[in-house]
Design a protein around this ligand. Sequence first.
Ligand SMILES: [Ca+2]
Ligand SMILES: [Ca+2]
Ligand SMILES: [Ca+2]
Length: 379
Amino acid sequence: MMTVALIAFSVITTGFLTAGPSSAGFATITLDGVREAGYSAAIAADPSGDLAAAISGQAHTLWTDLTALYCANDDNFLFVYADLPAYSNMTASGEIGLLVDKATAAGGSSDPWGNAITYSHTNKPDFAVRGNIPGRSGIAGDDNNGWTELRTWNGSNWNSGAGINWGGLSGGGQVGSSIAYANSQGVEFKIPLSALGVSSGQTVSLEFFATQKGATHGAYDTTPSDDQATGLTDPTTQSAYAACAIESNGTPTNTPTTGPTPTPTNTPTVGPSPTPTPTAGSSCASAQTGDGAIVTTALYHNNLEVSLARPGRRHSARWRSGRTPAHLSQRRADRQRAGVDYRRGRQPQLHLYSDSRRHRPKRPLRHLGIPGARPWLQH
Ligand SMILES: [Ca+2]
Ligand SMILES: [Ca+2]
Ligand SMILES: [Ca+2]
């Protein structure tokens, strides 16, 4: 028996891309002195208008009133931003300092530039970015040239980084390679994570202060809030930090999740091998490749398949008896139905036609565009 197994099944597969946990601190930041949205929420705040009267009373030190501190990072840099709403390079004069601690007790306890600022944090700062703001000229004592150093505590002093203009500002510029200022905006730092020796998952502690050049000046103001100068020459002692977490990339990790389990609608069954071993029939001269199977590209003869050789029981009986069909009308009808040519005196033959060609019984398959099809199925 010829068997054609029709395999029908459908598989529903659904995939989802799931975003990883959000990382508020991970962002793409441009070093330009402007605080972009990537900084998200402030990590520290300080009241506005809280400067000592002697400091707020000078136009060129009014910029030292600090209000908020931010941080962000990408794969390679820590960005820190301090709002300086009253800063202008046309009027401001003074210095900045950014302390960074890596949660180690060791560190410097005095200011690397020699101001009257004592670092008494439980964990002493391991790095201090100290710089002159790009500001106005003509203020005695202040350089206001933008020169900025990244000092590293080497275990005994702050000498590492001395004499190197790390920030890259010169000639009155406000945007350097590692620090940038923008009028009425603030100051922005871009610190290589490699320089700090930290990576995502770690937290650094930060404190930012503003002051003026000179051994008698303490911190005029700080973020986070801390001891601040009550006058132009009041020494200060700092002990406050703001925590800044170094975040990993918040880009979706594309972790695939399994959707609904695919459910085949029918269990696939294996049909006949497309190239079975030929088996010679009793009345066949020899076996032919493809005998005994139906394939989509060809038809072959199978002497064992009675239903094809003798499509109609009535006529099968007649053939066996050798009688000539008596009713031509019946024969015509049968011919149209089954495509059987049993003309008198000829060996019974079976013609196969497509369904659509049922009423054109003489047109064999090879005329219907089926490659390789044999037009006759002969027994
Ligand atoms: Ca920016
Ligand atoms: Ca303030
Ligand atoms: Ca430390």
